[in-house]
Design a protein around this ligand. Structure first.
Ligand SMILES: [Fe+2]
Length: 189
């Protein structure tokens, strides 16, 4: 499967513009994390495009399953199995909502990055110009600590960057923020 084919699945499942942007944010964060692991010699599984696909598709059926966590990922996985997509991709997608054990870097990465991208978007939206370019790592960390800010963004999975991925929170926030800033036009932020 290619990232383009993954984006087609998002369209097939009639994702809203906001969900498409969330998918894009996660795609870019996952690509940056793949690069980080390669650079640090940690040997990420699969290919960079596979990491992008997990970012694109992890929430693909969230809206079509009525945002029911019970059924979340089932529709996506059904499609991916029919297409013969690699099991590690499917496990990572299922793992992000606790439906599979997170054993791999790819699974642990989407779990930790998912909510962080939401926190970064919320951090941009409170800037005077509402731009990602105005967001700093320090401001993301400050918002991270302020539990009343974007309370829908669960901090616990984000924190697993340290326990599960061995990436300090500050560095993890920086990787995702830069990745999103580099694609701010796509994200319309
Ligand atoms: Fe997500």
């Amino acid at each position: 499967m290619t990232a383009k084919e993954a984006s087609e699945i998002l369209k097939d499942l009639k994702n809203s513009p906001n969900m498409v942007k969330h998918a894009l944010a996660c795609e870019h964060a996952m690509a940056a994390l793949f690069d980080y692991f390669e650079k640090t010699g940690k040997k990420p599984e699969l290919t960079k495009e596979d990491w992008e696909i997990v970012g694109i598709l992890h929430d693909a059926d969230y809206e079509v399953t009525g945002k029911s966590l019970d059924r979340h990922t089932d529709e996506t996985v059904k499609k991916l199995e029919q297409l013969g997509v690699r099991p590690l991709i499917i496990d990572a997608i299922r793992g992000h909502c606790d439906k599979a054990e997170r054993k791999t870097l790819i699974a642990k990465s989407i779990y930790a990055a998912d909510e962080l991208t939401g926190l970064i978007v919320a951090s941009a939206l409170v800037q005077p110009d509402k731009k990602l370019a105005s967001v700093s790592v320090e401001s993301v960390l400050k918002k991270f600590r302020d539990k009343s800010f974007a309370s829908g963004a669960n901090r616990d999975p984000i924190k697993t960057c340290e326990s599960e991925l061995d990436i300090p929170l500050e560095e993890f926030a920086s990787i995702a923020l830069k990745a999103m800033q580099n694609h701010s036009a796509d994200l319309e932020l």
